[in-house]
Design a protein around this ligand. Structure first.
Ligand SMILES: *[C@@H]1O[C@H](CO)[C@@H](O)[C@H](O)[C@H]1NC(C)=O
Ligand SMILES: *[C@@H]1O[C@H](CO)[C@@H](O)[C@H](O)[C@H]1NC(C)=O
Length: 211
């Protein structure tokens, strides 16, 4: 009996701390930590109810962690898609700047191909003046595109942050709710619906978290 309970406690603490990608803000969430400590204390005191309560609520806690990971992944993949769209949106503007710069520089460079000095200087004189206008145009276009793209990046970042913080909020709320039910169950207020499921599968599941 004693061994069984320590295995269950191990399961609970592992499900709680070993979730692969839970950020520190979630693993150190004060409310959850408090409820978690309460569970451990209650489990010690109410060993009679522990087994049934843990085997019912542990998988639920685990499911919430899995759901968080799924939600988090979908936030990140949506973010990556949007980031790519932003990059694509400015691809042609970047190419146009590159082309203008290349053409301007080539034209000026080619002036020295002239056979005599006079023609080379005259070419440079005219071409450089033309290039200066093009460079101002590049600068104006680039300034404009910099402002637009910055606001696009910021919109994409905000969307990701809102998405992640919703996932975190759901994790904290759901986990707190289940800990509340678990603790109430440990206290003897057994609100577990009658289940036909075997609990052995739960134990087997936990053993996979052992290392
Ligand atoms: C957690 O909470 C959210 C929002 O209330 C809900 O959509 C989600 O299905 C809940 N369950 C789990 C296992 O995360
Ligand atoms: C500046 O932008 C305009 C409009 O997008 C474009 O037609 C022009 O070719 C651009 N100029 C340069 C030098 O990039």
């Amino acid at each position: 009996m004693f061994l069984k309970i320590s295995v269950l406690l191990l399961g609970l603490s592992i499900s709680y701390t070993l979730a692969r990608r839970l950020p520190l803000s979630l693993t150190t969430n004060e409310k959850i930590q408090k409820l978690h400590s309460e569970s451990l204390v209650l489990a010690e005191v109410h060993q009679d109810t522990s087994t049934i309560c843990f085997s019912y609520y542990n998988p639920k806690l685990n499911l919430i962690t899995v759901q968080y990971e799924v939600d988090y992944d979908s936030c990140i993949s949506a973010y990556e898609t949007s980031s790519k769209q932003v990059e694509n949106c400015y691809k042609s503007a970047r190419e146009s700047i590159e082309t203008s710069a290349f053409q301007s520089c080539s034209a000026l460079y080619a002036c020295n191909l002239a056979s005599n000095a006079y023609n080379a200087f005259e070419c440079a004189s005219i071409t450089a003046a033309e290039d200066a206008k093009i460079f101002y145009a590049i600068s104006a276009n680039a300034t404009d595109a910099a402002i637009k793209s910055k606001s696009d990046y910021s919109r994409v970042d905000t969307t990701r942050n809102v998405c992640v913080s919703n996932a975190e909020k759901n994790y904290v709320e759901n986990t707190s709710k289940v800990y509340g039910l678990l603790n109430s169950c440990l206290l003897g207020n057994d609100n577990i619906p009658v289940s036909t499921e075997s609990t052995t599968t739960d134990f087997t599941d936990w053993s996979t978290y052992d290392e």
